[in-house]
Design a protein around this ligand. Structure first.
Ligand code: HEC
Length: 99
């Protein structure tokens, strides 16, 4: 029993993780591409601006301006070009809902 119980825990932990993931509001799969620089769920841990919990319209506007090249940027212009306008709107909505 002593060896079986910790093993059971190891088996159940990942399942709990999956359950928690499905309970959370759907995260667009492409939002993870932003976590490296903007922090997990958009909460920055560096000089790169926090995008979590910012105004949805502002984020969408900023992303579309990056894509159009009308907003000054080092990297976001190239990145934003990789997404359709609809995906940028989804990303803006997703990060605006993070707390
Ligand atoms: C390689 C690092 C990197 C990645 C990956 C990245 N960003 Fe950025 N982001 C930046 C930097 C740096 C800035 C500041 C503007 C600039 O220099 O490009 C920025 C700025 C922004 C801004 C403007 C914030 C403001 O205060 O105006 C938004 C919105 C944003 N990023 C959204 C995203 C989204 C959504 C993704 C995922 C598709 C993403 N970023 C991926 C580095 C990154």
């Amino acid at each position: 029993m002593k060896t079986v119980l910790p093993l059971l825990g190891l088996l159940l932990l990942p399942l709990a993780g999956i359950a928690a993931d499905t309970a959370a509001p759907a995260r667009p799969y492409f939002a993870a591409n932003c976590f490296n620089c903007h922090g997990t769920e958009g909460k920055a841990v560096s000089a790169i601006p926090t995008i979590a919990g910012r105004d949805r319209a502002y984020l969408e506007e900023a992303l579309k301006a990056f894509k159009a090249g009308t907003k000054q940027a080092t990297i976001m212009t190239q990145l934003a070009k990789g997404y359709t306008d609809e995906e940028l709107a989804i990303l803006a909505d997703y990060f605006a809902r993070q707390r």
